[in-house]
Design a protein around this ligand. Structure first.
Ligand code: UDP
Length: 320
């Protein structure tokens, strides 16, 4: 198979591209390198340096290279930032995605795997959350992901394409040459590791009065290797003629901020410098996925997502 991977210079996209190449698929990476890194695009992939919203560039690459399918990772990912820059987020995540989808359909590329997010759900009514949970996003970021899901759903209903929208919970971990490396870092594990390495001030624990056993927020952390495996399974599902699908990617098990910090201390052997801080606006107390559907339809089961493995691999990639 020849696969177009948008955002293939990012954390999850570059690792997925590498795993596709390893199994013998051809990979074209489309990335404007605005937030990605050229050096993580795997050797063997063809890099087209353009934005997904550049319809002329996308049209030319589709005509020249004729991919069979597309995994669309490219987009802006910081929920907090999305609240202060809604226009930029709608343009990058919705406007550019629609431009890309239009070109894909025009060129007859009718299989699309889309990076969606647990942020589409908003405030949880209970956990674990299944895909049938109501979708009332509480961030601009979540709203942009949901709008693209809606566009895909309508395009699929009209027979223009088939898609898999994969709703990631908390992407984490790392792999050789692949670590979370965002210019504006907001994620717990990379911030905690940099604080531990003395590269940042003490980690702020955002909220210690949540209705959870230790008062800190609970999240469902999923290893980037498991996310990559889910994308390969989703591509295979579509290539085999499978129906369009929306699926959560998580483990069904959550860990609190304090549990993450103590797992880091166990793995690294030193405590993370941390201080208690007020709640971060918009953070629900607990977000945990039911991934039964991904298991049933895609045959996907996470194998690298114990908290210990996630932290060990994140630390190894961080320290490399
Ligand atoms: N968190 C924290 N301090 C930080 C960053 C994050 O306490 O410096 C907490 C945050 O409140 C949330 C959890 O860690 O409960 C995971 O946050 P992250 O930003 O990694 O992912 P999110 O769940 O927001 O997508």
């Amino acid at each position: 198979m020849r696969c177009l991977v948008t955002g293939g210079a990012g954390f999850i996209g570059s690792l997925t591209a590498e795993r596709l190449l390893e199994r013998g698929d051809e990979v074209i990476v489309l990335d404007d390198l605005s937030t990605g890194h050229r050096e993580v695009v795997p050797t063997g992939a063809t890099l087209i340096e353009a934005s997904v919203g550049d319809q002329a560039a996308v049209r030319a690459l589709l005509a020249d290279l004729a991919p069979d399918a597309c995994i669309h990772f490219a987009g802006l990912i910081a929920a907090g930032e999305s609240m202060s820059e809604p226009g930029r987020y709608f343009e990058a995540n919705v406007g550019e995605s629609l431009a890309l989808l239009e070109e894909l359909i025009r060129a007859g590329v009718d299989q699309v795997v889309f990076s969606s997010s647990a942020a589409v759900y908003g405030e949880p009514l209970g956990t674990p959350m299944s895909e049938d949970h109501q979708t009332i996003p509480t961030s601009v970021y979540g709203a942009t992901k949901l709008q693209v899901e809606h566009a895909l759903e309508w395009m699929s209903r009209q027979g223009a394409l088939r898609y898999a929208a994969l709703r990631y919970f908390n992407a984490a971990g790392g792999s050789e040459g692949h670590r979370e490396d965002h210019a504006v870092e907001t994620h717990l594990i990379p911030l905690a590791l940099s604080a531990l390495a003395g590269q940042r001030p003490a980690l702020q624990i955002f909220g210690t009065d949540y209705p959870t056993p230790d008062g800190t927020c609970i999240r469902d952390y999923i290893h980037v290797e498991d996310l990559a495996a889910a994308h390969l399974a989703a591509l295979d599902h579509l290539a085999a003629g499978g129906a369009s699908l929306v699926a959560n990617l998580g483990t069904g098990h959550g860990y609190s901020v304090r549990e993450v910090l103590s797992a880091i201390e166990t793995v690294v052997g030193r405590p993370v410098p941390a201080e208690e801080a007020p709640r971060r606006p918009g953070d629900p107390a607990e977000l945990v996925a039911s991934s039964a559907r991904a298991h049933e339809v895609l045959g996907w089961t996470p194998t690298r997502s114990s908290l210990g493995d996630i932290i060990a691999d994140a630390w190894q990639a961080f320290s490399a």
